[in-house]
Design a protein around this ligand. Structure first.
Ligand code: ZN
Length: 239
């Protein structure tokens, strides 16, 4: 670092590279977390499907109950009507309708019973799968929490360094910083490199013309390596 309080681009870049490193370390936890959660995700999906199916079956079962209630009510009315028939022909017609109703009612009841049986079995299966899901979650919970904790630590380090970075960036002269940000904004990690002691670019190691070397060594800013485009700064051993 330079002796005065002016910030150097090299130091700013060091911080930025550390920030990039921390960010990618934090991102490495995501696939690990996915992996840990995968077995329970499959079970979660199955439990969800079972719950939906069960819900549909219960709705259908209620529909059958209502239908059976309706038919019973209509049966009762027909029984009443039977008392006031005026002749055998009318009586036969009413009885025929009652027979049809009874058959339909029996079919409804049979269907409802079958459905209730299926519902019970599905509820058992749901209980089993739910228990398996709880178990799967419990099995990976310590590992999941550990990963989350480690990721949180990295992100906290990142946050703290990011704050320091903003403070430090204030110390770098605006013009230098803008050049630097422009080059990094183009997607490059390395935007500034020191001259090597023998006068090469510290990034691509291409030789820098002597006159340019001298300007850089005198502290001129904003001079880029013609070969690779990074800003040149005085080397740490010279600065
Ligand atoms: Zn270069």
């Amino acid at each position: 670092m330079k002796e005065d309080t002016t910030g150097s681009l090299k130091d700013l870049q060091d911080i930025d590279l550390q920030l990039e490193n921390l960010r990618s370390r934090a991102a490495e936890f995501d696939p690990l977390l996915d992996e840990v959660e995968e077995p329970s995700l499959a079970l979660e999906q199955e439990v969800g499907t079972l719950k939906n199916r069960l819900q549909e079956m219960k709705v259908e079962e209620r529909r059958l109950e209502h239908s059976a209630d309706d038919r019973r009510a209509r049966s009762k009315k027909l029984e009443e009507r039977l008392k006031s028939v005026r002749n055998l022909r009318e009586e036969a017609a009413v009885r025929a309708e009652m027979d049809l109703l009874r058959q339909a009612l029996e079919a409804d009841e049979q269907e409802a019973l079958t459905l209730l049986d299926q519902i019970r079995r599905m509820e058992d299966r749901l209980d089993e799968q739910q228990a398996a899901l709880d178990q799967a979650r419990a099995d990976v919970e310590p590992r999941r929490l550990q990963l989350l904790e480690e990721q949180k630590n990295v992100l906290e380090k990142y946050g703290a360094l990011k704050e320091k970075r903003e403070e430090y960036a204030e110390l770098v002269p605006d013009r230098e910083r803008l050049d630097y940000e422009r080059i990094r904004g183009g997607g490059r990690s390395v935007a500034v490199a020191s001259l090597t002691p023998d006068g090469a670019c510290g990034h691509c190691f291409g030789m820098i013309p002597l006159q340019v070397q001298n300007e850089v060594r005198k502290g001129a800013s904003g001079i880029a390596c013609e070969a690779c485009g990074v800003l040149l700064s005085v080397g740490d051993d010279l600065g």
